[in-house]
Ligand binder design. Structure first.
Ligand code: FAD
Length: 331
C-alpha cells in the first residue's frame, strides 16, 4: 500500500526547523515509492520554504494561512489548521517532530482523528506493505518495534535520526521546483487559550535537541562561571551547551538545558560530557549520541563506560585547550 503522508512542519525565527526536514524524510519512508508526501507550512513566510521542503522529499505543499508561523506555544491555533489539513487532504499518516510543540500537538490531533499514535520514533522500516516503527522505551534501556493495526497513523520522530534527501543550510541554496501548492484555511472558532507573551529563557543560537554537537556540563563545572569555557568550546564547534540535572539543581544553569530522563533527549553526532559522573538518568538523555567524549577527573566515573573517548583530567585545563585548538583549526 502506498501512503499519503502529511508532515506538520515547524519554524523558528522565520526559518524551517531541521527536524521538519527530517520529518519529511521519515514521511518518505512511510509513503513508499508510489506514495505522496504533503508538507503543511504556516504563516506569511511559508512560500520561502517550498524549495527546502521539496528538496527534502515533499511532493505537495499545503499553506496554512495563519499569521503565527511558530508552532511553539500556539498549539491550539495550529491544531485547528492541522485538523483542517487532515480533513482536506485525507492522509493515511501524519508525521511531526518529537519536539516540545510536536509532543503537545500529536496526541491532541490523534484524539481528534480517533487515530493511533507512536512517539519518539527513531527508525522506520518498510517490508512490502507493512511499515514498522522502532522507538526507545524504559528511558532508552530497551527498544520496541510496533506497527499500526488501523489507519490513520500519527507519528512523532526524534530529531537527528532521519536524514533528509538533500539537506540545505539555507533556503536560498535549495533549487526551485514546480510543486502543487494548496491552501488550508482553519475554521475561525474561538480559541480557549490566548498566548499574550513568550519569554525566552535561553539565548543559544543552536537548538539543543537538534544540535549536531553538544557540550554538556555537570556539577564538576562548580558554578555558573564554570560554563563559560564550555560555551567557548561549543561556539568553536558550532554546537549547543547542555547540562546534567546535578548542574541545574545546583543553580549553575537553567533547567531548559537539562539532558536526561527528566530533561531533553539528544542524539547529536558528538556529545562532550564535562564534569558529569554518568548517572543512569543522565545516560537516558544522551546515550544515543554517535560519539561520546567524557572529561572527568575521576578515572572510575561511570560516564567512561559509555564514552568512546575518555579524558581523565581537570575540565578547567582541558576544555579551554580544546576550544583554542578548534578555533585555530577553523581560522
Ligand atoms: P555528580 O554525580 O556530582 O558528578 C560530578 C562529576 O564531576 C564527578 O564525576 C566528578 O569526578 C567530576 N568533576 C568534578 N570536578 C571536576 C573537574 N574540575 N574536572 C573534571 N571532572 C570533575 N540527572 C540528569 O543529568 N538528567 C536527568 O534528566 C535526571 N533525571 C533524574 C530523575 C530522577 C527520578 C532521579 C532520581 C534523578 C535524576 N537525575 C537526572 C539525577 C542523577 O541521578 C544524578 O544525580 C545527576 O545526573 C548527577 O549530575 P552530575 O553528574 O553533574 O553530578
Amino acid at each position: 500500500m502506498n501512503h499519503l503522508v502529511l508532515v506538520i512542519t515547524e519554524q523558528r525565527d522565520g526559518a524551517l526547523r531541521q527536524v521538519s526536514l527530517e520529518a519529511v524524510a521519515a514521511a518518505r519512508l512511510i509513503a513508499g515509492d508510489g506514495g505522496t508526501v504533503v508538507a503543511l507550512v504556516a504563516g506569511s513566510e511559508a512560500a520561502s520554504h517550498i524549495a527546502m521542503l521539496t528538496a527534502a522529499g515533499a511532493d505537495r505543499i499545503a499553506f496554512a494561512a495563519d499569521p503565527v508561523p511558530e508552532l511553539s506555544a500556539h498549539t491550539e491555533r495550529h491544531l485547528r489548521a492541522a485538523a483542517e489539513a487532515v480533513r482536506q487532504i485525507r492522509p493515511t499518516a501524519v508525521v511531526l517532530g518529537h519536539t516540545a510543540s510536536g509532543k503537545d500537538m500529536a496526541p491532541r490531533l490523534a484524539a481528534q482523528l480517533g487515530a493511533g499514535q507512536l512517539s519518539d520514533v527513531i527508525q522506520i522500516e518498510r517490508s512490502g506493505d507493512s511499515v514498522s516503527f522502532t522507538r526507545p522505551i524504559y528511558a532508552g534501556k530497551a527498544f520496541e518495534k510496533r506497527s499500526f493495526s488501523k489507519l490513520p497513523w500519527v507519528v512523532t520522530i526524534r530529531p537527528n535520526n532521519f536524514k533528509p534527501a538533500a539537506p540545505y543550510e539555507n533556503a536560498a541554496d535549495a533549487p526551485a521546483t514546480d510543486v502543487t501548492v494548496e491552501t488550508v484555511t482553519a475554521p475561525d472558532v474561538p480559541l480557549r487559550t490566548i498566548v499574550k507573551q513568550i519569554a525566552k529563557r535561553t539565548s543559544g543560537k543552536t537548538d539543543l535537541s537538534e544540535a549536531k554537537i553538544v557540550v554538556s556540563g555537570g556539577r564538576g563545572v562548580a558554578g555558573s562561571d564554570g560554563f563559560k569555557p564550555l560555551e567557548q568550546l561549543a561556539e568553536a564547534l558550532g554546537g549547543a551547551v547542555g547540562a546534567s540535572r546535578g548542574a541545574c539543581d545546583a543553580g549553575y544553569c537553567d533547567y531548559s538545558m537539562q539532558i536526561g530522563q527528566t530533561g531533553k533527549v539528544v542524539t547529536p553526532e558528538l556529545y562532550i560530557a564535562c564534569g558529569i559522573s554518568g548517572a543512569i538518568q543522565h545516560l537516558a538523555g544522551m546515550s544515543g549520541s554517535r560519539i561520546i567524549v567524557a572529561i572527568n577527573k575521576d578515572p572510575e566515573a561511570p560516564i567512561f563506560k559509555v564514552a568512546d573517548y575518555g579524558i581523565v583530567g581537570d575540565l578547567f585545563e582541558i576544555v579551554p585547550l580544546l576550544a583554542e585548538e578548534f578555533k585555530r583549526l577553523k581560522s
